[in-house]
Ligand binder design. Structure first.
Ligand SMILES: Nc1ncnc2c1ncn2[C@@H]1O[C@H](COP(=O)(O)OP(=O)(O)OP(=O)(O)O)[C@@H](O)[C@H]1O
Length: 253
């Protein structure tokens, strides 16, 4: 347990009668890159939101490097960088302004914020868009500026909800390099994705959830158990075969 960076204990969230996340517990060890997988509506975003202090759980707790996310949010948040999904950014700021605001909010000295913001914009291919308002960014550019905001205070844990969604292949490769370097230097990453090949090539641990419950968790090879991750995922969550006459009106003749 001593090398656990993120510990989730019995996290539960209900929306009306439905439990979006149902007593979910998970340990993420230091220096690992964990891919969180699950079908649409499985509870990934809800789990990550509760784990990062964005959504209060109905029950359970989340700990970041020993700090209780809900009892001591300042300590927990200082140790992690978060790329949320679907959370509104301060998009009337330019990319540079948003990074500056985020860095200063983290208590960083202004010259350091300026230096790191410049490097992040450059690395993520946003140098030419630093003075453009975030509201005018494309979906992929928003992802990248969100990731830059998550990285600027050099946290020990990154929690990234679909970090590669809408990102072009060149930037995707840059992000992979950044994340590998981060983990190589002892950082820990939790990321959600629907792209099995990406998770297989990047992550060394995998957790699969469906209907708010943990179905599998462990080292990539353990979870794959000799199959491809795609096959294993489908076996765990179940496939949904189209019925014989389903959508027959789509077939032209
Ligand atoms: N604010 C909300 N109000 C009501 N229901 C919600 C809310 N947020 C999520 N849900 C429900 O909780 C369940 C889990 O949603 P969640 O967004 O966590 O899934 P997900 O695994 O991230 O899905 P996806 O892969 O499609 O992004 C879904 O049934 C969703 O409809």
């Amino acid at each position: 347990m001593s090398d656990t960076v993120l510990a989730l204990r019995g996290l539960t969230k209900r929306f009306g009668p439905k439990a979006a996340v149902d007593g979910l517990s998970l340990d993420v060890p230091a220096g690992s890159m964990l891919g969180l997988l699950g079908p649409n509506g499985a509870g990934k975003t809800t789990t990550l939101s509760m784990a990062t202090g964005l959504l209060r759980p109905d029950a359970g707790s989340a700990w970041v490097l020993g700090a209780d996310v809900w009892a001591d949010p300042a300590a927990a948040k200082a140790r992690m960088g978060v790329l949320p999904d679907g959370v509104r950014m301060f998009d009337r700021l330019s990319g540079s302004e948003l990074l500056r605001y985020t860095g200063l909010l983290r208590g960083m000295p202004e010259p350091l914020v300026r230096e790191r913001a410049g490097e992040l914009l450059e690395a993520l291919g946003l140098a030419g868009a630093g003075s453009t308002l975030v509201v005018d960014y494309s979906a992929g550019m928003r992802k990248k500026i969100g990731l830059a905001c998550a990285l600027i205070h050099a946290p020990r844990l990154l929690v990234l909800d679909e970090p590669f969604e809408a990102v072009d292949p060149v930037s995707g490769e840059t992000i992979r390099q950044i994340l590998r370097g981060f983990v190589g230097s002892g950082g820990t990453v939790v990321l959600s994705s629907h792209v099995m090949e990406l998770v297989e090539s990047l992550c060394d641990r995998v957790a699969v959830i469906a209907e708010g419950r943990l179905l599998a968790d462990g080292a990539l090879d353990e979870v794959r158990a000799g199959s491809s991750l795609q096959e294993r995922f489908l076996a765990l969550v179940g496939t949904h075969a189209l019925g014989e006459g389903s959508l027959s009106w789509l077939r032209s003749s």
